[in-house]
Each structure stands twice: as structure tokens, then as C-alpha cells.
Design a protein around this ligand. Structure first.
Ligand code: 13P
Length: 250
């Protein structure tokens, strides 16, 4: 069965001092039943990878370029992320789709590059509040899924994160029924495109205002294989209860 995944997205937060939080998290979860992932800002990737060596925690990046190298000032290739000691990369987060005008086609090219370099791609999807209120959620999610995920996806190199834009950093969380509807839809779409074997092995994370006090309810929803956590992943004190809730549900 799918191994659960608790992933923390630090966004543009954290300097070297924050690595103490990663050490504390590793001490709190020496042999978890789930995978634990921290995605710090790019300058911290290498030190974070050294910090988690020998622990149950893996490291991921928050973006990569679609090209392996070249004249792209300020960008980071998938190979560089691997070389820094990371194994995952978040792609197509709604903040990058908004701030950097990333389209699903661009996300797909980045995901292809990540997979070819040996990284697993955590591809983010999510509707805005206006799209949900117009009853367009499944249309939007279905379009983002088919356009953002490359054909070479497998259960090992692809993770999908459903992150409703209106739930990110707002304290608003969809109901378990709303999460279950989207995750069930994602599972069916993946099975239809990639076959039951691959479709059933891709992990589906929920993200958006996950906290210690709502995690267990979210993890009980069918087809929720873990969480992509922003604010509550920045300290061990906040993230550890979420990891523990996932561990309990595994
Ligand atoms: P919050 O957990 O802060 O709502 O952020 C969610 C998110 O965007 C994770 O990628």
C-alpha cells in the first residue's frame, strides 16, 4: 500500500538557525511509520541534507528549472537539487503559479526534468475560491492534473498535492467531504490515464491550513495519503503532532 507522507514546505522562511528544528523533529520521530519530508529554501538544501543524514527525514526543494543547465540566471536545475542531497521537489505551487506566472505546461516540463534527474515531483493543484463557488472545482483540478503531469509519472516519482488556494494560510479548511470528493476524483483520473497499478500507487497529499488539531480528521479521509504543510511545518513543536497523527493513521 501507499506509504504516508508528511511534507513540510518552508516557503521563503528559514536560515541556518532553523536547522535546529529539523534536528528536533528527527529526534521526536526516530522510526516513523510514515515518510517525513522538509522542503527548505534553496540555500539551505545542502546543509539540511547533511543535517538529516542518518535520520528518517528526507529533504526536498520548492522549484526547479525545466532545463538541465544553461543561461538562466537565478534558477536551479533538478540535477543541482539532487547534488545538494535532496530527493524531492515541489512543483506548480499556487504561489509560483501566481507570483511567477507558471502555467501547467511549464510545471509539466519541470516535472519531466525532475523525474529524468531522479527526483520525485510533488505536483500541486488547487482551485481558487471563485472557481469553487462557481462549481468549477473538478474541471479546474482535472485540467491542471492532465496538463501538469508528464507521461513518465510512476508511483515512485510522482506525488500530487491538492491545495485549494483559498485554504492556504487562511485557517479555512474544506470539509472532509470536499477533500474526499477531490481526492477520489484525482485517484480515478490517475487510474484512467496510467492504469490501476500506477494510478493506485501515486500518493495524494492534502495541503492548506493543516494543523495539529485538524490533522487526524483530514488523514481519515479516503485517498488522503498525507499532507503538504506550510506554516505549521516551520517548528518541530507544530509539525511533530501532524507527523504523529499521520503515523497513527498509517
Ligand atoms: P499553510 O499550511 O501555511 O496553509 O500552507 C499550505 C501550503 O501552501 C503548503 O504548500
Amino acid at each position: 500500500m501507499r506509504r504516508k507522507l508528511a511534507a513540510g514546505n518552508w516557503k521563503m522562511n528559514g536560515t541556518g538557525a532553523a536547522l535546529a528544528e529539523v534536528q528536533a523533529l528527527a529526534r521526536a520521530h526516530p522510526s516513523p511509520n510514515c515518510d517525513i519530508l522538509i522542503c527548505p529554501p534553496a540555500p539551505l538544501l545542502h546543509r539540511a541534507a547533511q543535517t538529516v543524514a542518518g535520520t528518517a527525514i528526507a529533504i526536498g526543494a520548492q522549484d526547479c528549472h525545466a532545463e538541465p543547465s544553461g543561461a538562466h540566471t537565478g534558477d536551479t536545475s533538478a540535477e543541482m537539487i539532487m547534488d545538494a542531497g535532496a530527493q524531492h521537489v515541489i512543483l506548480g505551487h499556487s504561489e509560483r503559479r501566481a507570483d511567477h506566472h507558471e502555467t501547467s505546461e511549464m510545471v509539466r516540463a519541470k516535472a519531466r526534468a525532475a523525474m529524468q534527474a531522479g527526483l520525485s515531483a510533488i505536483v500541486c493543484l488547487g482551485e481558487t475560491l471563485a472557481q469553487r463557488e462557481a462549481a468549477n472545482t473538478l474541471d479546474i483540478i482535472g485540467g491542471q492534473l492532465s496538463e501538469s503531469v508528464p507521461d513518465l509519472a510512476t508511483g515512485e516519482n510522482l506525488v500530487i498535492a491538492y491545495e485549494p488556494v483559498w485554504a492556504i494560510g487562511t485557517g479555512r479548511v474544506p470539509s472532509p467531504e470536499q477533500i474526499g470528493e477531490v481526492h477520489g476524483f484525482l485517484r480515478a483520473r490517475l487510474e484512467a490515464r496510467f492504469g490501476a497499478g500506477v494510478g493506485r500507487s501515486v500518493r495524494l497529499l492534502y495541503g492548506g491550513s493543516v494543523k495539529g488539531d485538524n490533522a487526524a480528521e483530514i488523514f481519515a479521509v479516503p485517498n488522503v495519503d498525507g499532507a503538504l504543510v506550510g506554516g505549521a511545518s516551520l517548528t518541530a513543536a507544530d509539525f511533530s503532532p501532524i507527523v504523529a497523527a499521520l503515523d497513527d493513521s498509517a
